[in-house]
Design a protein around this ligand. Structure first.
Ligand code: FRU
Length: 317
């Protein structure tokens, strides 16, 4: 083998060092001067829960000067979210965080990013298949089940119930529905008298509840897949002067939203659905440092009722 000249070696070194800097293209080198750039694709910022998720991510990322966040808000539009993911990938981010609006339309852009070698952490709503690095979210079936068990007990096994479902093209709604229905399956005295897809939105929930009230002369309880919807239903019932004696159950349990509603006597119960924002940043750091991580991280939950709200709710076994 021929010996390399000093000039050749120097060029070789520059090439290798340059390739290292090529990391810039992949969203930084994980140093203070060249932090890793994490793109966060949020499906919308119209609800307090999503604002909280972004705040949790921002606060966790701010503790690490080797990270820099770039946020995108898809304004509840799957096509827009898809374009924003593609934009982030084209910008050369080091890692993608995404809380997708809907399962099917966001599966492809996530898989494409993953196939390009960009680690992807999916948060809260799932995509299809396994072309992502990790998923972080609450156990929505367990949450729906816990709500169902509490409801069956609160109604003494008998009553007329309205179910206001989240967007059924997103996995949390499908799972909250299934868990709830499984829990009440053996309760022949509980009747679902009205159900509708409110797409996670309070104004829709309020309108659907107005229809339910118009159709049904007796409603004992409303099970809504999130707290904004439970609140919307309460407002519709109040407007119709039918809220007295009617129970309202939601999911999310943000301190300044669902938990406050329980304290104020607006909701009878809410089940915690953590945002996973802080966990996402810790996991992102480990992935960027080259550690192997679990593919699924399931976050815990609690239930808050009138009896338990002051002590911070109760765990769900
Ligand atoms: C916010 C939200 C939450 C709900 C979650 C489900 O957009 O509707 O209220 O728990 O999404 O993905």
């Amino acid at each position: 083998m021929r010996r390399r000249s000093a000039l050749e070696l120097g060029l070789w070194f520059l090439t290798i060092a340059g390739a290292g800097c090529g990391g810039e293209k992949r969203g930084g080198r994980g140093t203070r001067d060249s932090p890793w750039i994490i793109g966060m694709s949020q499906c919308n910022l119209g609800e307090p829960w999503r604002e909280q998720m972004n705040r949790d991510i921002e606060a966790a990322a701010a503790k690490h000067d080797v990270l820099k966040m770039v946020f995108k808000d898809a304004q509840n539009d799957s096509l827009k979210q898809r374009a924003q993911v593609e934009e982030l990938v084209a910008q050369g981010i080091a890692l993608l965080l995404i809380s997708p609006k809907e399962t099917a339309p966001l599966t492809k852009p996530v898989a494409e990013a993953f196939d390009k070698g960009i680690p992807v952490i999916v948060l809260d709503r799932e995509v299809e298949g396994d072309k992502f690095t990790a998923f972080i979210g609450g156990d929505n079936e367990k949450i729906g089940h816990a709500a169902g068990e509490w409801i069956a007990k609160a109604l003494g096994g008998k009553g007329k119930v309205v179910e206001l479902k989240g967007l059924m093209t997103s996995t949390p709604a499908q799972q909250r529905h299934k868990g709830f229905r499984d829990a009440i399956a053996g309760q022949s005295g509980i009747e679902i008298v009205f159900e509708a897809d409110m797409q996670w939105l309070e104004p829709n929930a309020r309108k659907e509840m107005e229809s339910a009230l118009a159709q049904q002369s007796k409603i004992d309880l409303v099970y809504a897949h999130n707290d904004p919807a439970a609140h919307g239903a309460y407002l519709a019932a109040k407007q119709a002067q039918r809220n007295e004696g009617m129970k309202f159950v939601g999911i999310d349990a943000l301190p300044h939203e669902g938990v406050a509603y329980v304290k104020d006597g607006v909701l009878d119960a809410t089940v915690l659905y953590p945002t996973g924002g802080a966990e996402a940043i810790e996991l992102a750091l480990r992935i960027l440092k080259g550690e192997k991580v679990d593919k699924k991280v399931t976050l815990g939950t609690r239930i808050f009722t009138k009896e338990s709200v002051e002590r911070g709710g109760d765990p769900i076994p």
